[in-house]
Design a protein around this ligand. Sequence first.
Ligand SMILES: Nc1nc2c([nH]c(=O)n2[C@H]2C[C@H](O)[C@@H](COP(=O)(O)OP(=O)(O)OP(=O)(O)O)O2)c(=O)[nH]1
Length: 343
Amino acid sequence: MAGWHGSLRVIAQAGGNALTNGLGMTATDASTVVAVAAAVITQPDGNFLLTCRPEGKPYAGYWEFPGGKVEAEETPLQALGRELQEELGIQIQKADPWITRIFNYSHATVCLHFFRITQWYGKPWGREGQQLSWQSSVNITVSPILPANAPVFRALSLPSVYAITHASQQGVEASLQQIEQAFRNGLRLIQVREKEMDEKALRLFSEKVVWLAHDFDARVLLNSNMVLSRQLGADGVHLTGPQLMTLPERPDQEYGWCGASCHNVEELDQAEKLGLDFVVLGPVLPTLSHPGIKPLGWQKFAALIRHYPLPVYALGGLKLDDLVVAQELGAHGVAMMRGIDGI
Ligand SMILES: Nc1nc2c([nH]c(=O)n2[C@H]2C[C@H](O)[C@@H](COP(=O)(O)OP(=O)(O)OP(=O)(O)O)O2)c(=O)[nH]1
């Protein structure tokens, strides 16, 4: 159990005391937590597979991600390989670890290890007579859904690339042109982070980014400024590390999406406690925007996010080409400031 992150680590050390894991769910004892492996089997268009729980199981008739309990002597990934063969007749070709979430049902407390499966052998079919359905995170058309899975759909609706503006260095016009091009090329999430702009310039620039983004159905989060975010109709706020550590609770839902910058385990724990939508963790590699800060490196990055419940974007000196390695290590995606010109 050593090395389990956040709530899982806490539960492992708790020795039977009831505790809250920061997601509004309570686990009672490490020994009563049932490990489950679940697959987000994703097609190139982003649609993923849900299956309907067959008669005879708890929550029969509810829709879920394919998978099942991890048996003794199995790793979650081994369990998933077995379950997908048994339930769907497919073999995993490529699986990336994703988020790990705990949920308290009346019949059990489950620890769900999610993997994203992007390549597999065979065509999925309901080998246990269960129904299958390909779904999109923005429009789930089957119901009911297992209660633990609502935040998972929200996480899945986050794109794999998160851009960060740097107009103060680049020049406002050049920056807006680049951002528009990136939206044309598929960018769907951006943070306005302009620490050197005065209030008026920031308002003007942010307003333009929001207009542009909404033309492309993309989302804009403003760095640290909840009031301005709401005034401009932006999609939410991105908290700085210090801001994250001083907030007693998540900004009101009326502010929309809420992410945060994290650099260490304390900040990751706090983001989990506040129930944020995602975090950015870095710097992974040396970066011009934070000279003099020792980068985490990929190994430490992977260790910090192991078994973490929120989607994590890797940040710091990264380009689009780093997305594959980031996701193989458990990241949801990559966040980029200068790398945005490659989008
Ligand atoms: N497979 C799966 N299980 C989920 C999801 N969400 C969620 O809360 N769970 C819970 C429901 C169950 O309590 C538990 C999975 O247990 P299960 O009974 O389906 O496991 P299994 O396939 O190994 O079944 P069995 O051999 O025990 O009959 O995890 C999900 O998306 N997929």
